[in-house]
Design a binder for this molecule. Structure first.
Ligand SMILES: C[S@@+](CC[C@H](N)C(=O)[O-])C[C@H]1O[C@@H](n2cnc3c(N)ncnc32)[C@H](O)[C@@H]1O
Length: 223
């Protein structure tokens, strides 16, 4: 089993070996994240996001959890034009991401990145916008609160991608549960139950990376 207790290690390694090597800004950010131990999306999740962006073609994207701007860069690279609004709590990360987005602007001038600094709960409470895709990748204990605030801003047919939803295998079974994570794990179970049974959403939970959920927002008539 991999250190995420979700996928067999040999399967994870095999899939990772199939992935094309990153280059340019993404490669630079991967190296930075590795050296400075900044958590960024795992390689297979990055590749999935890339394919999802190509298929879904969102023009307005919201990201919760910018870190150094790796996933925002990855998504922006797939967009012809549009806007990514991204929220980050830590000031240091906001500054590093701002440098990332300066570099991105040089080759993606038609994708505007709007950075928000602060707790996503407060930022979302004051946001009034519309999005085609929302990527949730921040404090795992708050996903349900994030979703309740951003779901009204997601257009029908829009997608919510939630990362780390199986949290090192602890969400699916108590076998891997460590005591200090009990609250986060309980909250994540409530979140998965909530999005899986929400009348406005069709959700699929994928056992890849640290677990990813994709939720599709239906039309008001349920279509
Ligand atoms: C896993 S990292 C994001 C990685 C990024 N999406 C990527 O793949 O490149 C999570 C980030 O969310 C930020 N964060 C955590 N809780 C937050 C909150 N309540 N509001 C805003 N940002 C938050 C953390 O500071 C951290 O930088």
């Amino acid at each position: 089993m991999s250190d995420h207790n979700i996928v067999d290690e040999h399967v994870e390694q095999y899939i990772r070996a199939l992935l094309p090597k990153s280059s340019g800004l993404l490669y630079e950010l991967e190296r930075y994240a590795d050296e400075h131990r900044v958590p960024i999306v795992q390689p297979e999740i990055a590749q999935y996001l890339k394919v999802l962006m190509k298929v879904h073609k969102p023009v307005r994207v919201l990201e919760i959890g910018t870190a150094i701007g790796y996933s925002a860069t990855l998504m922006a690279e797939q967009m012809e034009k549009g806007v990514i609004e991204t929220i980050e709590l830590k000031k240091e990360m906001v500054s590093i991401a701002a440098e990332t987005f300066e570099k991105l602007k040089l080759y993606k001038p038609n994708v505007d990145i709007i950075q928000h600094h602060g707790d996503a709960i407060g930022v979302l409470e004051n946001m009034n916008s519309e999005f085609d895709l929302i990527f949730i990748d921040a404090s795992k204990g708050h996903y349900k609160a994030f979703l309740e605030l951003c779901l009204p801003m997601l257009k029908p047919h829009g997608l919510i991608v939630s990362d780390n939803v199986l949290y090192k295998g602890m969400v699916a079974t108590n076998l891997y549960l460590v005591r200090r994570k009990i609250t986060i794990v309980k909250r994540m179970r409530i979140y998965l139950d909530f999005i899986s049974n929400h009348p406005e959403l069709d959700t699929t939970v994928l056992p890849m990376g640290d677990g990813m959920a994709i939720s599709y927002k239906k039309e008001a008539d349920g279509a």
